[in-house]
Design a protein around this ligand. Structure first.
Ligand SMILES: [Zn+2]
Ligand SMILES: [Zn+2]
Length: 270
């Protein structure tokens, strides 16, 4: 890593349904990379908590507790809650009794729809994409109102698929007011905004959110930012973190947050 305090605080092990490698392998890789700190954040899709994720969450927590990080690596235990707003009771239960260091709040799908990954955008009638996005911002607002998370994961996630995979251009200016609403609510609630670097190795080719949105967040008074690769295998661990740090510097940030016991510790972007 090129930066002294490079941290990867969003990634998945085999404890996630779409993750590949065991926690031990992820930890070993994090150590090899020389990361300053490493936070594992396996999935919990809250609307499927009882039938699919309860046992996974328990398993991930137990395995993280037993894991032996390589010498010198700071290891933190996290979780990525998907759609906590759609089932806040399940979200509360996912966190209950487990002393996570870090909780990512994400929206991967809107109510009554599949994950944005699965939707068919090409055949959609005019206006569908704007209305999907409107629901996405709305659900983020609900998640912020619920509030038991530390950072908002991969803001603009739908664009990873709409623009990245399907090549459909979206004019975010139309959504400026809604996005400002999300960013302002986040700031007011004292939550962080994640720079998710997965987009840099995917077709969309930029961080989620990207530079203009990070600049806007800062302009509105946002100070707390976190960094994560969203790796689902050892090879992707730490990818794009150095670039993400440069994007943050370009947006005018001087420091970023590493969460320990749900509290931000500010580290310089160097
Ligand atoms: Zn996610
Ligand atoms: Zn993730």
């Amino acid at each position: 890593m090129n930066h002294r305090f490079a941290c990867d605080c969003h990634n998945h092990s085999a404890c996630s349904p779409d993750g590949r490698d065991a926690i031990e392998a992820m930890l070993q890789r994090a150590g090899e990379l020389g990361l300053y700190a490493y936070t594992l954040t396996d999935h919990c899709e809250c609307q499927k908590f009882e039938e699919r994720y309860k046992a996974r969450v328990e398993n991930a927590w137990e395995k993280m507790g037993k894991a032996q990080p390589p010498q010198g690596l700071r290891f933190y235990r996290g979780i990525e809650l998907g759609q906590p707003n759609q089932d806040t009771r399940a979200a509360d239960r996912a966190l209950e009794g487990r002393g996570y260091d870090f909780v990512i709040g994400s929206v991967h799908n809107i109510r009554d729809f599949e994950d944005f990954f699965f939707l068919d955008y090409a055949g959609a009638p005019e206006g569908t994409i704007d209305s999907l996005l409107a629901s996405y911002w709305q659900e983020l607002m609900e998640m912020i109102a619920w509030g038991d998370f530390d950072t908002l994961g991969h803001l603009t996630y739908p664009l990873r698929y709409i623009q990245g995979e399907h090549g459909i251009e979206v004019d975010l200016h139309k959504h400026g007011e809604a996005i400002d609403g999300v960013l302002s609510a986040l700031i007011k609630a004292g939550k962080a905004l994640e720079v998710n670097t997965s987009g840099l190795r995917q077709k969309i080719g930029r961080t989620l959110p990207d530079l203009p949105l990070l600049m806007r967040y800062r302009e509105l008074g946002g100070k707390l930012v976190t960094l994560g690769s969203d790796a689902h295998c050892t090879e992707d661990l730490g990818k794009g973190i150095d670039e993400g740090i440069e994007v943050l510097k370009e947006a005018g940030f001087k420091e970023f947050a590493l969460y320990e016991q749900r509290r931000p510790r500010m580290l310089p972007l160097e």
